[in-house]
Design a binder for this molecule. Structure first.
Ligand code: PLP
Length: 372
């Protein structure tokens, strides 16, 4: 019986929901005339990657050299590593650049110079910029740093300048379409100023951006050549709370066995802890006030699952343990030996913890062998 026979912590994947998520984003890009260069760090699986291929996707984005190698082995030949280039990995970068069209993120003049001296094959360089997230990327108004990087790129025959990229990860800190749109507008404005400044010297420069909240909710991508969202392939509780999706669009659920029940606290203990779900939490309003929540609870059925159960949530995780606080009225729903579904707070991290998926057709999909 798909999903109900599991014995140990297992990440369930509803392939129909997942493929619908992929198709929705691909259709939107076609409608808006924007390229889709999806980030594959969420699913990390060549099987799931093939579903993108079937929607016409030809170029992909990843977050590490090992992921780039994995997808190159799976036949992808146009790959961006969307993480500031790590010059200590130059041997592997060189080998990869020999067999695929490779694009690299550069955010410092030092790494641009290292690429120019150590790289033996052609790569495209994307300068990552920042309009307010504050994680990585050159602040859009610090153009003298951009100029220096461009100088290093121009001086190296094997480097060509692709354009600017911006990941507005701070859309995760807000709720609702208008707040996401405000951040997105800031990103677009920053990128447009840069394009205006550099387009005479680099007439082919492209701008791209990508975060699931903006790319799922908004339609204004004026001047953007391509978008690179990733999480939308599965979505999760965070995205549903921001407003990027509904709960029924979430394509993965952690299945966990009930191993103990504590009636005095209306709690159940399940076998799904931090090593299965990750330790990512989000502040949510619960029956107990505002709390850190590590997942929402749903009931599993043959090959699918239901909406989150009102008032039930993962209150705490330790390495193997997950403590679920139940709404009093639903306390009898699960007994020892049952299997519970946990909608993840952050599906990228949960998937990375689990290494593979069990589908509603009872087939197991392996992810890449990570951390090599
Ligand atoms: N681009 C970069 C540079 C990222 O780091 C990420 C995710 O962390 C993405 C794109 C995809 O964004 P999302 O996870 O919101 O889909």
């Amino acid at each position: 019986m798909p999903f109900l026979d599991i014995t140990s912590p297992t990440l369930l994947l509803n392939t129909q929901v997942c493929r619908a998520n992929i198709k929705r984003m691909a259709d939107k890009c076609k409608r808006l005339g924007v390229g889709l260069n999806p980030h594959f760090k969420t699913h990390q699986s060549k099987e799931v990657g093939n579903w993108f291929k079937q929607e016409g996707v030809e170029r992909i984005t990843v977050s590490s050299i090992v992921m780039a190698e994995y997808f190159a082995d799976a036949g992808w030949d146009d790959i961006t590593i969307a993480f500031p280039v790590n010059v200590r990995e130059m041997d592997r970068i060189n080998s990869l650049a020999e067999r695929v069209k490779l694009s690299l993120f550069v955010v410092t003049v030092e790494s641009a110079i290292s690429l120019s001296t150590l790289l033996k094959h052609k790569v495209e360089v994307i300068i990552e910029v920042d309009a307010g997230y504050g994680r990585t990327g050159i602040p859009v108004d610090i153009t003298d740093r951009i100029d220096k990087i461009l100088g290093a790129i121009d001086a190296a025959p094997q480097l060509s300048f692709y354009g600017f990229y911006l990941h507005a990860g701070h859309t995760y800190d807000v709720r609702g379409k208008q707040s996401v749109a405000d951040i997105h507008q800031q990103s677009l404005s920053g990128l447009q100023v840069l394009r205006k400044r550099y387009k005479t010297t680099y007439p082919h420069l492209k701008i791209s951006l990508g975060d699931t909240p903006s790319c799922s909710m908004l339609d204004n991508f004026d001047g953007v050549a391509e978008i690179r969202p990733g999480n939308f392939v599965f979505f999760d509780v965070t995205q549903a709370t921001i407003g990027s999706c509904s709960f029924s669009d979430i394509a993965v659920v952690q299945a966990a066995s009930v191993v103990s029940i504590e009636p005095s606290r209306y709690e159940i203990l399940v076998h799904a802890g931090a090593i299965h779900l990750s330790k990512e939490s989000m502040l949510m309003e619960t029956n107990d006030g505002e709390r850190d929540v590590y997942g929402l609870i749903c009931q599993l059925s043959h090959g699918s699952w239901g909406e989150p159960l009102e008032g039930c949530y993962v209150r705490k995780v330790s390495q193997e343990h997950g403590i679920i606080r139940m709404d009093k009225s639903l306390f009898g729903t699960f007994v020892v030996g049952d299997v519970v579904g946990i909608l993840p707070v952050h599906s990228c991290l949960t998937a990375d913890c689990m290494g593979g998926y069990l589908t509603e057709k009872d087939e197991y999909i392996r992810m890449m062998n990570w951390r090599r």
